[in-house]
Design a protein around this ligand. Structure first.
Ligand SMILES: *Cc1c(COP(=O)(O)O)cnc(C)c1O
Length: 370
């Protein structure tokens, strides 16, 4: 069976280096906020091209920390999308802000700037004012940062990029995560940069904002035992930081491998009824997921399964339809119609850097035969 994602293969590919990093950390006797996280934060910020990065417990907390550090909370609405990991929307509510779910551009699956513009011009009644925009660079491809950036400037809105699926993705040649007032990353094991447990980070354009996030992640402390802010506890532990330092060195190569596999799938899908992922001309796509559109999804999934090939659906239900959110979360002007249509048709093919060429060819020939 060729599985859709395989974090264990990611570990085995770097086993000697990772085991050494873990052993070094265990021997150090220092397990929380020590040298490993300090080094990882510096290395990650340098790799990204951001002034600072602050490690935290996971990608959901990263969004919550960024929102709080930028003063977004109760009395603020945040425009984001419904076609995303539920974590994006959960984080907005965690800080007491109100999500407004904007529709997606059906070709690229990211926030539709036309719907964002319509919603900002005519916000849903009864909501607090929209103060921030939280686009998601979904599946490894940037949202339209030019159009979204223009709207944020025009309306004086905070821009936070959810980069949980887009480590290394670019927009106009620059890495995503360097465009907004803050950017958030998840290091969940299957992400392009994955820990072997939970992890996350917030990237920031200034030292002062980074200090703010660093305080919030640990009880609001700037000095031990003295809380300046009401904080939380969301730390990236030393063992995960040490593992991430190993993985970061190999991230660009891993993303290149993802792109090479995507090119093989693209070629295999030519002339089939399965629609390969569309690329934005100025976006460098890093293929966290390779998501096709099919009208007969169940049949395609069954056919793949019969050929020993797993697949996934990201995501089967838009956030605004899930039981916890249905009927109470605000939608933008377009009413998320493109979102609902996409959820019926998206299918994620197996994609991770350790797939062998033989396995990739096996998927490609199964796709041609379907
Ligand atoms: C994975 C993910 C998150 C949440 O990350 P966790 O580390 O699981 O908390 C947030 N947003 C998006 C788009 C994600 O894919």
């Amino acid at each position: 069976m060729i599985v859709a994602a395989n974090p264990g293969a990611g570990y085995r590919a770097l086993k000697a280096e990772i085991d050494a990093a873990v052993a070094r950390t265990l021997e150090s006797g220092w397990y929380i906020l020590g040298q490993e996280i300090k080094a990882f934060e510096t290395e990650f910020a340098t790799w990204l091209g951001a002034a600072k990065a602050v490690g935290c417990g996971n990608g959901t907390d990263a969004i919550a920390l960024a929102l709080r550090a930028l003063g977004i909370g109760p009395g603020c609405a945040v425009a984001t999308v419904s076609h995303t990991a539920v974590a994006t929307v959960a984080a907005v509510e965690m800080v007491g802000a109100t999500p407004v779910l904007i529709d997606i551009d059906p070709d690229h699956f990211t926030m539709d700037p036309t719907d964002l513009a319509a919603t900002l011009a005519n916000p849903p009644a009864g909501l607090p004012p929209i103060k921030a925009v939280l686009p998601v660079h979904l599946y490894g491809q940037a949202a339209d940062l030019d159009a979204i950036g223009v709207l944020c400037q025009r309306y004086g809105l905070t821009l936070i990029e959810d980069c949980a699926q887009a480590h290394g993705a670019t927009w106009s040649g620059k890495k995503v995560g360097t465009f907004g007032d803050a950017a958030t990353f998840s290091f969940y094991p299957t992400k392009n940069l994955g820990a072997l447990g939970d992890g996350g980070a917030v990237a920031l354009p200034s030292d002062s904002m980074a200090d703010r996030v660093a305080a919030l992640r640990q009880y609001g402390w700037r000095t031990h035992y003295i809380s300046d802010d009401v904080g939380m506890n969301s730390r990236l532990d030393e063992i995960q930081a040490a593992i991430l330092r190993v993985k970061l060195v190999h991230l660009d190569a891993a993303n290149a491998r993802r792109q090479a596999i995507a090119a093989v799938y693209d070629a295999a899908l030519g002339g089939t009824a399965i629609r390969p992922p569309a690329r934005r001309p100025n976006a460098g796509h890093v293929f966290h997921l390779y998501v096709v559109r099919v009208s007969n999804r169940e049949a395609v999934q069954t056919g793949l399964r019969a050929a020993g090939i797993g697949s996934g659906i990201h995501y089967p239900q838009p956030v605004h339809i899930q039981p916890a959110y249905r009927g109470r979360v605000a939608l933008g002007a377009a009413g998320c119609r493109a979102t609902e249509a996409a959820a019926m048709e998206v299918l994620s093919l197996p994609l991770y850097p350790e797939l062998t060429n033989g396995e990739v060819d096996q998927v490609a020939s199964a796709l041609r035969r379907l």
